[in-house]
Ligand binder design. Structure first.
Ligand SMILES: NC(=O)c1ccc[n+]([C@@H]2O[C@H](COP(=O)([O-])OP(=O)(O)OC[C@H]3O[C@@H](n4cnc5c(N)ncnc54)[C@H](OP(=O)(O)O)[C@@H]3O)[C@@H](O)[C@H]2O)c1
Length: 369
């Protein structure tokens, strides 16, 4: 059996407590200081991942316990060392391929340097995240009754590893694509490099709010540690597919915009009966803040590589190969992975929720007509 490890890190102080219940009640500055010096460790043992034809894998979540802001602000070498150290912990436990969770795959050059220094092959998991994100966006469009072919789509974080590939995969299915990021020069150059290939009208802007206001479909994949989409930014009846971790969409959207459908785009149902058991407290489950049987798409990519015995650095850096996105999507499907049920703001999106969202959008359109 080929085994894997996946590097995790807390996205917030709430996550720190989820990882380490002993941190509850401690002041945030103290917790941050402890994390700054905490060595990597094996957080959970993952078992029960089984394909429909009976292939199995097991692995470990290994923690590189830094917050997103620390990943961005601490000296780059210190952060790389923490991530590579986590992979070494996984390799010593028997992992043959490693995945990079959230900011561990964003920091610096998007996994390239980490892969050069790690003892086993490394993937960011971004290929399957892209495939899942695009599927989630159009599933949301179907649910909201949006005619995608005549719609305007916005990708926020369009020059990123995930965003750039999403631009190319979404463009053939919409009428107009707006590319959004902060660095205008990089954004313009990227747009110039893809414009000819995009089969729809396209434009770019650094004005996030203005772009989002024009969009029926929004996919967001930034490396921001703050909210970038606020309730007032969104068009009536829009669908927002959120791939960023931590999230880009303000939680206020949940209460202030009942007419908008926000979906976490990177959640997948894992085949088999998988379980994440805390390494330090055997017998207790590790709380990933996801429903049972669900993993992130980047974790799923790492599991698929292990199930397929493909111990290779599959996805690294920016400029992702779309053929790899299609290949890992097909392998994941063959191995029994599927999009998880819709969810946002830590809550399942039920049929009733969808009906209410559609009705609220219709009502808002009627009022403004
Ligand atoms: N759900 C999952 O399974 C999963 C898997 C992997 C990664 N992720 C998450 O996906 C996100 C993107 O990852 P990546 O590897 O594509 O990152 P990346 O290559 O660093 O790209 C980040 C993009 O976001 C833009 N950006 C950063 N801050 C911004 C802001 N405040 N407003 C607008 N644009 C901003 C960047 O351009 P500018 O700097 O020019 O703005 C760039 O286009 C991260 O949050 C990561 O944790 C999720």
């Amino acid at each position: 059996m080929t085994k894997f490890c996946f590097v995790i890190h807390p996205l917030s102080f709430e996550d720190v407590v989820r990882y380490e219940p002993g941190a509850k009640g401690k002041g945030r500055p103290i917790v941050a200081k402890i994390l700054e010096w905490m060595p990597p460790y094996a957080a959970a043992h993952l078992t029960g991942i089984r394909t429909p034809d009976g292939r199995e894998t097991e692995g470990w979540f290994v923690a590189a316990p830094l917050l997103p802001q620390q990943m961005l602000e601490l000296p780059r070498e210190q952060v790389y060392e923490r991530i590579v150290g986590a992979i070494r912990v996984g390799a010593e436990l028997g992992a043959q391929v490693a995945g990079l969770g959230a900011f561990t795959g964003v920091v610096g050059d998007g996994g390239v340097t980490v892969a050069q220094r790690a003892p086993i092959p490394v993937t960011t998991g971004n290929s399957l995240t892209i495939a899942a994100g695009v599927r989630s966006l159009f599933r949301g469009a179907d649910e909201m009754g949006i005619d995608a072919a005549s719609s305007t789509a916005v990708v926020v974080g369009a020059t990123g590893s995930i965003g750039a590939a999403c631009v190319e995969l979404i463009a053939p299915r919409v009428a107009h694509m707006i590319l959004v990021a902060r660095n205008e020069t990089r954004l313009r150059k990227f747009h110039e490099s893809v414009r000819e290939r995009l089969p729809c009208a396209s434009s770019h802007t650094t004005a996030i709010g203005e772009a989002v206001q024009r969009a029926d479909l929004v996919l967001t994949a930034t490396s921001s540690t703050q909210d970038v989409i606020e309730p007032g930014d969104l068009r009536t009846g829009a669908v927002v597919c959120e791939l960023s971790l931590p999230h880009d969409v303000s939680r206020r959207v949940a209460t202030e915009r009942p007419d908008v459908l926000v979906v976490e785009g990177g959640n997948m149902r894992v085949p088999g009966d998988w379980r994440a058991e805390r390494v330090r407290e055997p017998g207790t489950d590790f709380d990933l803040n996801l429903p049972a049987g669900t993993a992130l798409a980047c974790m799923s990519e790492t599991m698929v590589l292990a199930l397929e015995n493909r111990c290779e650095s599959y996805t690294l850096g920016r400029g992702i190969d779309l053929d790899r996105v299609r290949e890992i999507d097909a392998l994941a499907e063959r191995d029994g992975f599927a999009l998880a049920d819709m969810r946002a703001f830590d809550t399942a999106i039920t049929r009733e929720h969808l009906a209410r969202t559609r009705a609220a959008a219709e009502q808002r359109r009627a009022v403004s007509a």
